[in-house]
Design a protein around this ligand. Structure first.
Ligand code: ATP
Ligand code: MG
Length: 502
C-alpha cells in the first residue's frame, strides 16, 4: 500500500474532529449487555466520561467506572433487580456529586447524601462533586491551631493540628473507634464541625455510635455518613468521598471540620471487590494496582486553607485495622505513608487494662508539634522519654529482686505516669486539667500515691485546683502559657493537696 501523504492525514483528522459532536450526540443512550453484583456493562455510549452519572430506565443511578474499547463498566448506586440485558441507559453529562448545606449538621445520611434517620428531607444549599481535586500548595497554610482530642496521652505526646491527617491504627477491638468518638465529643463548643463516615460496619454498631453522640450532645455539630456492610460495594466505595464533599463545602466557607473515616481497611476491601468485578487485574493481596491512589486522593483533600482561599480546614482521622499488629501489610503501609503520623493502639496494652492503648514507641505526629499549646509543650516535656525508659527498665528488672533505691523510685514514677495516662471513655480532659496533671506528675508531687489509687487521686486533685485555686486553670486556658512561676505554683498546690489527703 502506498504511504498516505501528510496533508491527506490532516484533512481526514480535521473531518473527524468536525463531526465529533454529532457522533457524541447520536450516542447518548446505550443498552445494558450484562449485569450482576452491583456492576453493569453498557454498550453504545462510548462518549461517557469516567466518573459520569448515568441513569437507567427504571430510575436507578450509576457511575462510569471503567472505559473499554466497545463498552463501559458502571457501578450501580442501589439494587440491580430492575435491570437486565437490554435495559436502556442514558448519559447525564454530570459528575457524581452529593447535595450539601448547613442543614446536614445533626443528620444521618447514606452514601448519596439522602437522609436515613427518618427526620424528613434535608434542605440543600448546593451540590458538590464527590471527586474533587485537592487544594493546591498556593491555597494552603501551615498547621498552627491545635485540634484537641481531650485524651491526655495523645494531646501531650502526639498533638494533632487543624488540617493534619493522623491515622488511628490497631488490631480489631483495641479502641480505635473510641479514640475518634472521644475526639468528636471534645469538640463541643470549639467551633469545629464533625463528620463521621462509617464504612462497611454493622448497622447496629453505627446505631450505637450515633446514640453515644446523641447522649453527649455531639449530634448538634456532627453529620454521620453511613454505608453499612449490607450495602453494595459501590456505595461503600463512594461514601468517604461523599463525606469529604460536605466537609469541603464547610471548609471553603471558612469553617474547621473534623473528618473520621471508620475504617479505610473496609473501604479498600470494597474497592477490591468492585475492581475484581470490573475485571481489572489483581496485584498484591489481590488489590488493584491503583489502591494507593484510592486513599491518597481522598486524604490529600484534608488541608488548611489560607484566608484568600476560604480559611477553613479539614482534619482527617482515618482508621485502619491491622491483623496481629502487622504495620507492614499493604494497606497499612500505604496509609501510613500518606498521613502525617499515626496513633498505634496495641492489643496487649489494651488487654492489660492500659486504655487508651497508645503504643508510645510506634506512634508519631509529624506536624502537630507546631500547633501544640506552649503550656502543654512545656508540661509534657520529657514524658515520652521517661515512659520509654520506664518500659525498657521494666522488662530489664522483671526478674531481679534487690533493686537499688534510685531504680525503685524510677519504676514507681513510670508506673504512676502510665496510670495517669489511662482514661475512661467519654471523659475528655481540658487543657488546664492536662497541664496540671503533667506538671504535678513530672515534678514528683504524686510519688506517694499508690498506683491503684492514682486515678481517683488525680480526679480529687483536679477538683481541688478548680475549687480552691480557679485562677490557675483560668490563666492556663486564657494565656496557654506555662511560665516558671505558674509551674512552681502548681507544684506547691499539688503538695498542699498531698498533705491534706494524707
Ligand atoms: P473494632 O475493631 O470492632 O472496630 P475498635 O478498635 O474500634 O473495634 P472500640 O469499639 O472503640 O474498638 O472499643 C472496643 C471496646 O473497648 C468497646 O467495648 C469499648 O467500650 C472499650 N473501650 C475502648 N476504649 C476504652 C477506654 N478508654 N476505657 C474503657 N473501655 C474502652
Ligand atoms: Mg471500630
Amino acid at each position: 500500500m502506498a504511504a498516505m501523504n501528510p496533508d491527506e492525514i490532516i484533512s481526514i483528522l480535521k473531518e473527524e474532529i468536525k463531526n465529533y459532536d454529532e457522533i457524541s450526540k447520536d450516542q447518548e443512550v446505550g443498552t445494558v449487555i450484562s449485569v450482576g453484583d452491583g456492576i453493569a456493562t453498557v454498550h453504545g455510549i462510548d462518549h461517557a466520561m469516567y466518573g459520569e452519572v448515568v441513569t437507567f430506565e427504571n430510575g436507578l443511578k450509576g457511575m462510569v467506572q471503567d472505559i473499554r474499547a466497545n463498552s463501559i463498566g458502571c457501578i450501580l448506586f442501589g439494587k440491580d433487580t430492575g435491570i437486565k440485558e437490554g435495559t436502556k441507559v442514558a448519559r447525564t453529562q454530570k459528575q457524581a456529586g452529593v447535595p450539601v448545606g448547613d442543614a446536614f449538621i445533626g443528620r444521618i445520611v447514606n452514601a448519596l447524601g439522602a437522609p436515613i434517620d427518618g427526620k424528613g428531607e434535608i434542605k440543600a444549599d448546593g451540590y458538590r462533586p464527590v471527586e474533587n481535586p485537592a487544594p493546591g500548595i498556593i491555597d494552603r497554610k501551615s498547621v498552627t491551631v491545635p485540634l484537641e482530642t481531650g485524651i491526655l496521652s495523645i494531646d501531650s505526646m502526639f498533638p494533632i493540628g487543624r488540617g493534619q491527617r493522623e491515622l488511628i491504627i490497631g488490631d480489631r477491638q483495641t479502641g480505635k473507634t473510641s479514640v475518634a468518638l472521644d475526639t468528636i465529643l471534645n469538640q463541643k463548643g470549639k467551633d469545629v464541625i464533625c463528620i463521621y463516615v462509617a464504612i462497611g460496619q454493622k448497622a447496629s454498631t453505627v446505631a450505637k455510635i450515633v446514640s453515644t453522640l446523641e447522649k453527649h450532645g455531639a449530634m448538634d455539630y456532627t453529620t454521620v455518613f453511613s454505608s453499612t456492610a449490607s450495602d453494595c460495594a459501590p456505595l461503600q466505595y463512594i461514601v468517604p468521598y461523599a463525606g469529604t464533599a460536605l466537609a469541603e463545602y464547610f471548609m471553603y466557607k471558612g469553617k474547621d471540620v473534623l473528618m473520621v473515616y471508620d475504617d479505610l481497611s473496609k473501604h479498600a476491601v470494597a474497592y477490591r471487590a468492585l475492581s475484581l468485578l470490573l475485571e481489572r487485574s489483581p496485584g498484591r493481596e489481590a488489590y488493584p494496582g491503583d489502591v494507593f491512589y484510592l486513599h491518597s486522593r481522598l486524604l490529600e483533600r484534608s488541608s488548611r486553607l489560607n484566608e484568600k482561599a476560604g480559611g477553613g480546614s479539614i482534619t482527617a482521622l482515618p482508621i485502619i485495622e491491622t491483623q496481629a499488629g502487622d504495620l507492614s501489610a499493604y494497606i497499612p503501609t500505604n496509609v501510613i505513608s500518606i498521613t502525617d503520623g499515626q496513633i498505634f493502639l496495641e492489643s496487649d496494652l489494651f488487654n492489660s487494662g492500659m486504655r487508651p492503648a497508645v503504643n508510645v514507641g510506634l506512634s508519631v505526629s509529624r506536624v502537630g508539634g507546631a500547633a501544640q499549646a506552649k503550656a502543654m509543650k512545656k508540661a509534657a516535656g520529657s514524658v515520652r522519654i521517661d515512659l520509654a525508659q520506664y518500659r525498657e527498665m521494666e522488662i530489664f528488672t522483671q526478674f531481679s529482686s534487690d533493686l537499688d533505691e534510685a531504680t525503685t523510685q524510677q519504676l514507681k514514677y513510670g508506673s504512676g505516669l502510665m496510670e495517669l495516662l489511662k482514661q475512661p471513655l467519654s471523659s475528655p480532659l481540658s487543657l488546664h486539667e492536662q497541664v496540671i496533671t503533667l506538671c504535678a506528675a513530672t515534678h514528683k508531687a504524686m510519688m506517694h500515691v499508690e498506683t491503684k489509687k492514682m486515678k481517683k487521686y488525680q480526679r480529687d486533685m483536679l477538683d481541688y485546683f478548680d475549687s480552691a485555686y480557679p485562677e490557675i486553670g483560668r490563666e492556663i486556658e486564657e494565656k496557654r502559657q506555662l511560665p516558671d512561676e505558674l509551674a512552681e505554683k502548681i507544684v506547691k498546690v499539688a503538695e498542699e493537696f498531698a498533705d491534706k489527703s494524707r
